[in-house]
Design a protein around this ligand. Structure first.
Ligand code: UD1
Length: 419
């Protein structure tokens, strides 16, 4: 078992580059299954979740070649089973994204329900309702989804909530239907746009990705293609919050400032200086104590739920009261108890957490229970007095590449220790 040991209260300075986006890479890896010919992907981050998706593809019979760091060639021609493995789907909900491509290629899929996870029950009803509109038959039995089709057709699909995964799964299936599909109330996340670019390069015609209405005009056969994955806006946003929480100055490169506007606007509200540096970087600096502010998570372009835990760590040290409302997931406050162990003063009432800022957090032993909660604890540890030991860092490894190296280069004292 590994843990991070952090000596806190050091302001961080310098430049840091965001890596490839995890949440763009995972659906695009699944989408490579849609053609029989190989695709080459660049800027794929080296993360546990990516390794899990690669294993899912391999279990389905697909050969995955790692050409160099960040570059993979995927050979989907050998896809030979429609049964997705429980032990991998259980580990990572995003592996459920293979169901759309499996139905497209093999006309059937036998996939475990992803089940609960640390941040809530996370059903897949919206994915399935969309499939049914496109002509898929679906039954659930003993924790598995059995889906099959003897003729797919385009249709209008309205999502009750702009689910990222449902939008992506429906787009992938629709891309191989020789007809028009309209997804209304679609997710507008930049990762959906990247998937649309990939599917277009494979031969589908997609309009409106990045808006709430996505029109997919599919073709019977897609072809493999070469694609460069976008950078990770959540990793970039995390470093922006780190600059403010440690009272330093960081230039975060590799992200268009508009993609993290909700985060940088909130940083300005707490008193940080935010400067755009051209089209692909922002510089964040902070002097003195942050002020309290309120945040509410929302689908893009709202404040990302994937930044909520990190921002809460900053608000723990603010002068004044802040209210953090989690409106995307029903149970995403697991980090609160751990922050309290470090001296934070937080009261959770339903979907809101009232944070009464304290002068200092104090290092102690804490445990990460999910990916972004882990990132939040790293931020708290960097800002805290004394040493913080963070357990459960495999969660952090799911979504942050080389985190301790990147932080070390910016002046942090952080070590990965094996026990
Ligand atoms: C994706 C991201 C995740 C992020 C989330 C919200 C990936 C790999 N993961 O997850 O990091 O936190 O978007 O921005 O891209 N829901 C339903 N029924 C469904 C599907 C979703 O009720 O069929 C609900 C979920 O329970 C949740 C909300 O919709 O409350 C948002 O989920 P969704 O947008 O689907 O998130 P994911 O695609 O799983």
């Amino acid at each position: 078992m590994e843990k991070f040991c952090i000596q806190g209260m050091k302001p961080l300075f310098g430049k840091v580059q965001a890596g490839g986006s995890k949440n763009a890479a995972l659906p695009i890896l699944a989408a490579t299954l849609l053609s029989e010919s190989p695709s080459v992907l660049h800027n794929v981050p080296d993360l546990l979740d990516v390794q899990t998706m690669v294993k899912v593809l391999e279990t389905l019979g697909v050969k995955v070649e790692r050409l160099s760091r960040g570059t993979y060639r995927i050979h989907p021609g050998d896809l030979n089973t429609s049964n997705a493995p429980y032990e991998l789907i259980r580990k990572m909900r995003a592996s459920f994204l293979v169901i759309g491509p499996l139905i497209s290629r093999l006309q059937r899929a036998h996939v475990p329900l992803p089940g609960g996870c640390a941040i809530g029950s996370r059903p897949v009803d919206l994915h399935l309702k969309g499939f049914i509109h496109l002509g898929v038959k679906v039954t659930t039995h003993s924790g598995y989804i059995e889906a099959w089709s003897d003729g797919l057709k385009g249709d209008e699909v309205y999502l009750d909530f702009p689910s990222v995964g449902a939008t992506e799964n429906i787009m992938m299936l629709a891309a191989t239907i020789d007809d028009e599909t309209i997804i209304a109330n679609a997710a507008r996340e930049p990762e959906v746009v990247d998937l649309a670019r990939f599917l277009s390069a494979m031969g589908a015609e997609i309009e409106g990705a990045g808006t709430d209405t996505v029109i997919v005009r599919g073709v019977k056969k897609l072809r493999g293609c070469e694609h460069y994955i976008i950078n990770d806006r959540i990793e970039a946003g995390t470093f922006c919050v780190i600059a403010a929480a440690t009272g330093g100055e960081l230039t975060v490169q590799g992200v268009h400032p508009s993609l993290i506007l909700s985060v940088t606007t909130k940083l300005e509200e707490v008193g940080a200086q935010v400067k755009r540096v051209g089209d692909q970087a922002v510089c964040i600096s902070m002097e003195g104590r942050p002020r309290g502010t309120d945040i509410k998570t929302m689908p893009f372009p709202g404040f990302p739920t994937d930044m909520q835990a990190q921002f809460m760590s900053l608000l723990c040290l603010a002068d004044g009261v802040s209210v953090v409302t989690e409106a995307v997931f029903e149970n995403r406050f697991a980090h609160v108890g751990e922050l309290e162990r470090m001296g934070a003063n937080i009261k959770v009432e339903g979907r809101s957490a009232v944070v009464l800022g304290v002068d200092t957090l104090t290092g102690t032993q804490v445990t990460a229970t999910d990916l972004r909660a882990g990132a939040g604890l790293v931020i708290a540890g960097l800002a805290a007095e004394g040493e913080t030991e963070i357990y459960g860092i495999s969660h952090v490894d799911r979504g942050y590449e080389d985190l301790e190296c990147k932080l070390g280069l910016l002046g942090a004292t952080i070590e990965r220790v094996s026990e």
